[in-house]
Design a protein around this ligand. Structure first.
Ligand code: FAD
Length: 177
């Protein structure tokens, strides 16, 4: 399988899935490349038990998330799976407790529900190319085809260390001779 796409998102973790879903909903053909066999990244594998940054800090119990759109949709799906989880104050910030299995389930559901989005599991982005300061493309090895065609537009959501590591290893800057 070597699907054509308008944008390739590298990494199906906490940030990559929302990026891919929003792009797909905007009408782009999106390929999401994830090296593991599931979606959700550190939200599933790390020892996180609370999501930070969803609510405005303040003394009162926040009625809703700070941002609307997909963030609120994800929180709504999470809390419908764990109705007893409400925002709680931890120190000075409001956080939401969550179950990693539910996080994975919600992420895989919203990705699966997008007809414009193809997820390639067990597939690894091997190199990144850059146009100025922007990621412009890359190359990846998928489980089902030896080399997925390079794409002109790429979003990197592999966690910062991974992208930095790739750049150090095989980074190609098209503006340099
Ligand atoms: C110690 C620590 C504690 C934290 N605690 C919390 C917390 O309690 N609450 C909270 O809300 N946030 C917490 N965070 C922050 C949260 O983990 C990150 O903000 C979030 O995971 C970043 O999302 P991401 O998509 O960049 O990375 P990730 O969620 O790690 O996703 C990266 C994805 O990319 C994939 N990938 C990597 N390399 C490749 C490749 N070459 N090709 C294809 N796929 C690839 C990985 O398999 C993974 O699925 C914590 C972070 C750290 C480091």
């Amino acid at each position: 399988m070597n699907p054509a796409c308008d944008i390739l998102i590298a990494g199906g973790g906490v940030t990559g899935v929302p990026a891919a879903v929003v792009a797909a909903r905007a009408g782009m053909r999106v390929v999401l490349v994830e090296k593991s066999g599931f979606l959700g990244g550190a939200g599933v594998t790390a020892l996180h038990r609370h999501i930070c940054g969803l609510y405005l800090n303040g003394a009162v119990d926040p009625a809703d998330t700070l941002n609307s759109g997909l963030q609120r949709e994800i929180v709504s799906k999470l809390t419908s799976l764990s109705p007893s989880n409400h925002p709680t104050k931890m120190g000075r910030v409001w956080v939401l407790a969550f179950e990693p299995a539910h996080f994975r389930s919600v992420y895989e559901t919203i990705a699966r529900d997008e007809p414009n989005l193809t997820v390639l599991f067990s597939s690894t982005v091997k190199s990144l190319t850059c146009d100025g300061n922007l990621f412009a493309g890359g190359r990846c090895i998928s489980a089902t085809s030896q080399a997925l065609a390079s794409t002109r537009v790429m979003g990197t959501c592999m966690a910062l260390g991974e992208a930095a590591g790739l750049q150090a290893a095989v980074f190609v800057n098209s503006q340099q001779p």
